[in-house]
Design a protein around this ligand. Structure first.
Ligand code: ATP
Ligand code: MG
Length: 428
């Protein structure tokens, strides 16, 4: 058997990067609870028809990016979720979550898409998403955008831009779609292969092309905003008014469309220039028709999802991230016979909230005091706790500061642990 490696586009997350992810997730959890969004965890595997609905437009994700397979035992068509909104809505319907009114939910977890792997684009990637189910007002669209804006501020990201658009309602989209197809048909010679393929399946998506040769054509194409009726415009204006009142800067991008087919009215993206072509860090919008598409009764909803990998890349390049809690102490132990006493002491320290790493024996024994101090230093701990023969005999520990030369070394009785333990706790 050859060397086993991870699947292409599916990455291991290792320390210290994993600490950065934990730092970010803790920030998000805290934020979500202040906005009264509750956590939901849906399965990673869903039935394929949840995503392939036969309704709506063909999207790239459904058409060619999904990991689909059959249940080996009963042949059920299954799919690794490419996104979580459909699963959240399925769960809301299955458990009648909205019986007593709207629900605000958030999720975190891996999604799977068979894309061409590149920086910021993976085949397994983590998303965090927020969904407000059962609310139709523009103030909820605004709340979600304000929540994301607060998140950028709380992690110290400054150069994230907000782009907004309104996709209107189905009849408005249909009128625009017809105008769009007619327009692109008139200019068929300029369309690339992708655009020609999408012309009748998803012409809106042509507007999202990254092909520089088509930019002129796309810029002059009929704009959906010009096809919106009064109600759609009024929803859009209410949202803009709230954002303005909260000093949230935005630009209206009439060409902004989303990868999934279920959006209507508000769509938005937070983007940055600092991640190259994978510059969208968070995206979302309103999806008032998804409940019906999944067999439920008409229920308005709005949400967003952010790409954890991209946000972290951004936070890392900006030097914003935490690196996880620093270690308080490293226990230096010279005799294996001292282990029972050392372990029970460390157990009490950890119960008192102190983080402590213990030196462990290798085949060569415990190693010299000098080599153990080297390890202690490399661990990043603020104190070395020395359990040498003299200390063990006297039922004491020597506490030696490793980072601050001004702090004196002390000896403490193990019996007094409750008094000295708190002094080890890092204040950061
Ligand atoms: P893109 O245009 O970049 O392909 P998308 O429209 O497919 O994005 P969504 O389905 O709305 O994106 O997902 C929301 C967010 O999840 C994106 O803005 C991005 O930050 C992240 N994301 C999407 N696909 C990937 C991926 N393959 N790898 C890493 N992050 C991703
Ligand atoms: Mg995509």
């Amino acid at each position: 058997m050859g060397k086993l490696t991870a699947v292409k586009g599916m990455n291991d997350l290792l320390p210290p990067d994993s600490a950065v992810v934990e730092w970010f997730e803790a920030k998000v959890r805290d934020l979500m609870s202040r906005f009264a969004y509750r956590n939901i965890r849906t399965p990673i595997v869903e039935r394929t028809p949840l995503f392939v609905r036969g309704l709506g437009e063909v999207t790239d994700i459904v058409e060619k990016e999904m990991y689909c397979f059959e249940d080996r035992l009963n042949g059920d068509p299954l799919t690794l979720r490419p996104e979580a909104t459909a699963g959240v809505v399925r769960a809301a319907l299955e458990h009648s979550l909205l019986y007593d009114g709207g629900k605000r939910l958030y999720y975190m977890g891996p999604m799977f898409r068979h894309e061409r792997p590149q920086k910021g684009r993976y085949r397994q990637f983590d998303q965090i998403g927020a969904e407000a189910l059962g609310f139709s007002g523009a103030e909820v669209d605004a709340e979600l955008i304000l929540m994301a804006t607060a998140l950028w501020a709380e992690i110290g990201l400054t150069d994230v831009r907000l782009e907004l658009n309104s996709l209107g309602q189905p009849p408005e989209r249909l009128a625009h779609r017809q105008a769009l197809i007619a327009y692109f048909e008139q200019h068929a010679d300029v369309l690339d292969e992708d655009a020609r393929r999408r012309l009748h399946s998803n012409p809106l998506r042509i507007l999202d092309t990254k092909n520089p040769q088509m930019q002129g054509l796309v810029n002059a194409a009929p704009q959906l905003l010009d096809f919106l009726g009064e109600a759609s415009l009024s929803h859009f204006n209410s949202l803009k008014t709230i954002l303005e009142a909260n000093n949230v800067a935005y630009t209206v991008n009439p060409r902004l469309v989303r990868g999934m087919d279920y959006y209507n009215l508000t769509v938005f993206e937070f983007t940055t220039d600092r991640l190259g072509s994978q510059g969208t860090v968070c995206a979302g919008g309103r999806y008032d028709y998804l409940f019906e598409q999944l067999g439920g009764k008409s229920t308005p909803a709005v949400g967003w999802a952010l790409g954890v990998d991209r946000v972290l890349e951004l936070a890392k390049t900006a030097g914003l991230t935490g690196t996880g809690a620093p270690l308080d102490a490293y226990a230096i132990v010279t005799e294996t016979s001292a282990m029972p006493l050392v372990l029970s002491t460390l157990q009490s320290l950890r119960a008192a909230g102190i983080s402590v790493q213990m030196h462990t024996s290798s085949l060569e024994g415990m190693g010299s005091m000098k080599s153990q101090f080297k390890r202690a230093d490399a661990s990043g701990a603020r104190y070395a706790l020395v359990f040498g023969p003299d200390e063990i005999k006297a039922k004491q520990v020597t506490i030696k500061p490793l980072r601050d030369a001004a702090v004196a070394q002390t000896s403490q009785a193990l019996a007094d642990l409750a008094t000295w333990a708190p002094t080890l706790q890092s204040t950061v």
